[in-house]
Design a protein around this ligand. Structure first.
Ligand code: FAD
Ligand code: FO1
Length: 456
């Protein structure tokens, strides 16, 4: 028998209960956030634990309907990616089970049925996931361990508390990156086969039977799955990375990586992207600007959701922001739009309307405009509470990368000054950073952007 797979870094592993490990029996990897076979530290840890026991390795994904308001657009992308991942796992003799119901019941039930010696799951700071993991940890008679395979530097290890901003987290990440931005071994063909394997999933049936809001259709330009995601990454490296600092701030051109849907569903590993970008023959400023977003901004969002339980409400805003927004709560709003008018992209602002249409039609609004878009919603609704709720609901309904810590941090930054500082005081916004149409006009060709969206 070939040698044991190498251990993963212990800082990625976080025990979720104190059950004693079983020396015998198959290992279950409950996959949730990181829906890929390659570059997956949780899978690698589960494989090593199964190898030690000379036992089968089983992967399970628990499919729930209506996850944080997700529609057909998100589920179709996710399920097609999972189908590809199942094929990759089966080619390594790693079993795959699709559970459909409530993970708090279905995961312990499967672990019991298969007499699992240990259950491994991946890290996700969202409240719903924390609730799932706590319930499963309590129900299991065997250990449940969490592995952070979404962040390059594990979130719990990078910092023990909520960080004020990128400037406080960046030095901590910089110090640790050499230890964690390392090559990732490939999973191995697994020698021990699970006899009760139910066989391949009928994914087309699953999608057809899924009780999901089908009013938001699939995104035409986003091809799902790990292979497609890696193609998008390679194209970005080849054609766009060198120009990224300038082009990424210009919504009139296609200058972004377009990796967020693949990162959100864990179909592509951020560590894989960072390794490839670090090796790319491009000017250092281009590389550093992109890695600032991919590593610092993204891990700052996980840090925010991990340590701030109010990450999706105004209570999560810093005190200065709550104060200034309340000081200006009664300022007259020159425009107030209903949820329907906003959702229809039917306001007096042509730039804002184009951004709303980009999100609804393509499932991915340009980064620069997401800030402008959210801040205008603060300006055009009756209260910051209503604004935050509107931003989160529209974002999570239409964005392919929605329902993600990046989104909750992005919304809180735009409306509640999270990870930002006080700016010059003005009506409605108080000291929250303001963005204006003329500000955008000085930065990029608005007409060209609007044309790009219209001509799609
Ligand atoms: P690129 O510029 O190519 O960035 C590459 C990767 O870096 C992104 O995929 C992302 O993982 C990370 N990144 C880039 N910018 C940020 C950022 N500001 N914060 C955190 N990580 C970042 N991102 C989401 O993934 N899901 C969301 O729902 C989401 N909602 C947002 C809402 C608002 C109001 C704001 C201001 C930002 C939001 N963002 C969200 C962050 C950012 O806009 C997107 O990550 C980015 O547009 C994704 O496109 P890209 O991968 O082509 O970007
Ligand atoms: N995770 C699951 O474990 N089961 C699901 O059924 C599920 C559905 C889902 C739908 C849309 C979406 O954007 C995410 C979804 N996720 C699901 C969670 C996802 O894997 C991510 O972990 C979080 O959304 C990001 O933290």
């Amino acid at each position: 028998m070939s040698a044991l797979p190498p251990p993963i870094r212990v800082e990625r592993i976080h025990p979720l209960n104190q059950r004693p490990p079983e020396p015998k029996g198959p290992v279950l990897y409950w996959m949730s956030r990181d829906q890929r076979a390659a570059d997956n530290w949780a899978l690698l840890h589960a494989q090593r634990e199964a190898w030690v026991r000379e036992a089968p390795l089983v992967t399970a994904f628990c499919l729930v309907p209506n996850f944080l308001g997700a529609t057909l657009r998100a589920y179709a992308f996710m399920l097609r990616g999972l189908a590809e991942t199942e094929t990759a796992l089966r080619s390594l003799s790693i079993s795959f089970v699709l559970l459909r119901g409530d993970p708090r019941h279905d995961v312990p039930a499967l672990a019991e049925r298969m007499k699992a010696a240990l259950v491994v799951t991946d890290f996700d700071p969202l409240r719903i996931k924390t609730q799932w993991r706590e319930a499963v940890a309590a129900a299991l008679r065997v250990p449940l361990v969490e592995v952070d395979t979404h962040n390059i530097v594990p979130a719990r290890y990078a910092s023990p508390k909520q960080e004020y901003g990128a400037y406080t987290l960046r030095p901590k990440l910089r110090k640790l990156l050499p230890d964690f931005l390392t090559p990732i071994p490939a999973p191995r063909r697994h020698p021990w086969v699970w006899r009760q394997d139910p066989g391949p999933v009928a994914w087309d049936e699953v999608l057809k039977q899924l009780r999901v809001d089908r009013s938001v259709g699939e995104a035409p330009d986003l091809a799902p799955g790990s292979a497609a995601g890696l193609r998008v990454m390679r194209r970005f490296l080849r054609e766009k990375l060198a120009e990224y600092p300038r082009a990424s701030r210009n919504p009139a051109v296609d200058g972004l990586s377009n990796l967020s849907p693949y990162l959100h569903f864990g179909q592509v590993s951020a560590q894989r992207v960072a390794l490839e970008v670090s090796r790319a023959a491009v000017p250092a400023p281009a590389r550093d600007t992109f890695l600032e977003e991919l590593i610092v901004r993204r891990e700052l969002a996980d840090n925010f959701c991990l340590y701030n339980s109010h990450y999706d409400s105004p209570e999560g805003f810093p005190a200065w922001a709550r104060q200034t927004l309340s000081d200006h709560a009664r300022d007259p709003r020159p425009y107030v739009y209903s949820r329907e008018r906003l959702e229809a992209g039917d306001t007096h602002d042509e730039l804002w309307n184009a951004a709303q249409h980009e999100m609804v039609q393509t499932g991915k609004m340009h980064s620069y405009l997401r800030m402008y878009w959210a801040k205008k919603i603060l300006e055009w609704t009756r209260s910051p509470d209503e604004a935050l709720q509107t931003v989160i609901e529209l974002n999570d309904r239409y964005e392919m990368d929605g329902r993600d810590p990046n989104g909750y941090a992005g919304a809180a930054w735009s409306i509640g000054g999270v990870h930002d500082r006080p700016w010059g005081e003005r009506p409605v916004f108080g000291k929250i950073r303001y963005m204006s149409y003329n500000g955008c006009k000085s930065k990029f060709d608005i007409a060209a952007y609007i044309r790009r969206i219209r001509e799609r």
